[in-house]
Design a binder for this molecule. Structure first.
Ligand SMILES: [Zn+2]
Length: 292
């Protein structure tokens, strides 16, 4: 069993969430906003709130193992009814990293944010469905984008309330409350939309977090392709775009779950990369939203 929990524990552990506590029910979507960003801490998380551009450490390469076996999740019993229609095989550690078929799943994390509508438009133009892993405070700030995601037929995934990368190491009550609060916030925007998936920030899944997510009706999803589009300290501009294109192009194969980001800062490079990648991927693979 690969333990994602031992990886990617650095950085971004501190969050002050008070900035995003208010409910922006009528948010215009154009306001950059400072909702939810950790106040002033050098480790402040850019993945919470839309306006910061500094790189921190979101999903690192924590779940690179493609070792998806076809066994049933040991924690599936608590959510048997909720996950009955899920067709993705769940490996022994309960973390889905591949689609279990030849289809490829694109996943976009850390939104919704100002770039989410543009990414939705790109997907719409190509007729591609994807999966969006949403942060609660960002849902609070941009509920209208959550509605667009659902209207376009994409799948929803819980990415915790404020991207606490160490959430899985906390108490069961803390984990449960965080995930439930996030689901509740999503359902304020889209009351009936299924939320069948959970992705721990940083990929730092713990058995407890996986179990609680399962009890709340969510399968845990990792990834098998990570172009590190979040790592703007390492790459920027055209260099980042080229990196994303080559990484996804070279590593995506039948069954891949591809990680990238629609939130957490300026996503220009991600969007430029997908402008190239979407037609290519579409020509080579069946691209799916994870089943709900
Ligand atoms: Zn994230």
């Amino acid at each position: 069993m690969i333990s994602a929990a031992v990886l990617a524990l650095a950085g971004c552990a501190s969050h002050t969430s008070s900035g995003a506590a208010s409910w922006h029910a009528t948010g215009s979507g154009s306001a950059p906003g400072d909702g939810g960003q950790g106040g002033g801490d050098p480790g402040a998380h850019p993945y919470v709130g839309a306006s910061t551009a500094a790189a921190a450490k979101p999903e690192a390469s924590a779940s690179a193992s493609p070792s998806a076996s076809a066994s049933e999740s040991p924690s599936a019993s608590a959510s048997a009814s909720a996950s009955a229609s899920t067709t993705v095989p769940v490996p022994g550690d309960g973390i889905i990293r591949t689609t279990g078929s030849a289809a490829v799943a694109l996943t976009f994390d850390d939104g919704p944010g100002p770039d989410t509508p543009k990414i939705l438009q790109m997907l719409r133009q190509q007729g591609i469905k994807a999966t969006f892993c949403l942060i609660g405070v960002n849902v609070q700030e941009y509920p209208q984008y959550v509605q667009q995601i659902v209207q376009d037929g994409h799948t929803l995934c819980n990415h915790t309330w404020k991207h606490d990368e160490s959430l899985g190491k906390k108490s069961a009550d803390t984990i449960r409350n965080d995930l439930q609060r996030t689901n509740d916030e999503i359902h304020k925007a889209v009351p009936d939309a299924p939320i069948k998936y959970f992705r721990h920030p940083g990929g730092n899944f713990t058995p407890l977090a996986v179990q609680i997510a399962s009890q709340l009706g969510m399968e845990s999803i990792g990834w098998s392709v990570d172009p590190s589009d979040w790592n703007i300290k390492k790459w920027s501009g055209q260099q980042m775009t080229n990196h994303i294109v080559s990484n996804v192009r070279n590593n995506t194969k039948p069954g891949s779950i591809v990680l990238s980001h629609d939130g957490g800062g300026d996503r220009s490079a991600t969007m430029a990369a997908y402008k190239t990648l979407l037609p290519e991927l579409k020509a080579k693979f069946t691209l799916v939203a994870l089943p709900v």
